[in-house]
Design a binder for this molecule. Structure first.
Ligand code: SAH
Length: 208
């Protein structure tokens, strides 16, 4: 997987390549999908959600430019796979998932694989996680029409955020947001396709 899908497509950040080699992706997919765990595609994880394609996980992680001091906020824990990749490189990972069942499943796998630097919270990621802010990096793994204000606030000066922005699933772009003391800079970097980042009003009926 790593040679064919990651390195050959130009991802040469050694920390990311090592992390992609270290994390057992088959632990994060459903039992009936294990034979497809290392293939070049997103896979269903239940509740209409997906674990992202390995290349997209690697690309987003490499765009963040993490180091061993990074404190990362992830919105959309899903299977917990992206959180594990982040945790291989960063100091601490805080991840928020709105669907309780997925958060619980992810917590189990994370524990089983012995990651001590990942915390998972159930809630609306659009609000961020104030308790541990500011974050040096933020990664949003569901598509939003806007950049949620709370996330911009909770991003540290000189911090970087990656977020898929777009209205429909066909017109999303991964956007890199860089925050400096002089303001915010945004840059479109890759067309992508993510499930939507859901809003407060829809949450109560999706949660359980
Ligand atoms: N990063 C995941 C894939 C994420 S799929 C992985 O590695 O497997 C997107 C996830 O975002 C879904 O699990 C979905 O339930 C979650 N999500 C959608 N809207 C959300 C919101 N407002 N707050 C938190 N999580 C949300």
């Amino acid at each position: 997987m790593v040679e064919e899908q990651i390195v050959s497509r130009g991802i040469n950040d050694q920390k990311v390549v090592d992390a992609m080699r270290a994390v057992p992706r088959h632990n994060f997919v459903n039992k009936n999908m294990v034979h497809l765990a290392y293939t070049d595609q997103p896979l269903p994880i239940g509740r209409n959600q997906t674990i992202s394609q390995p290349y997209v996980v690697a690309y987003m992680t490499s765009t963040l430019e993490l180091n061993e001091k990074s404190r990362v906020l992830e919105i959309g824990t899903g299977s917990g796979y992206q959180a594990a990749i982040l945790a291989e490189i960063a100091k601490d990972v805080y991840s928020i998932e709105v669907i309780e069942g997925l958060a619980e499943k992810a917590r189990k796998v994370i524990k089983q694989l012995n990651y001590k630097n990942i915390k998972i919270k159930i809630g609306n990621g659009r609000k961020g996680w104030r308790e541990y802010a500011p974050y040096s990096h933020i990664i949003v793994t569901a598509a939003s029409e806007d950049i949620p204000k709370a996330l911009l606030e909770q991003l540290d000066i000189d911090g970087r955020m990656v977020i898929p922005i777009g209205h429909s699933s066909w017109t999303q772009n991964l956007v890199l947001v860089a925050k400096t003391k002089d303001g915010i800079r945004r840059e479109k970097i890759l067309p992508v396709r993510f499930v939507p980042l859901i809003h407060e009003k829809k949450i109560s009926r999706r949660r359980k």
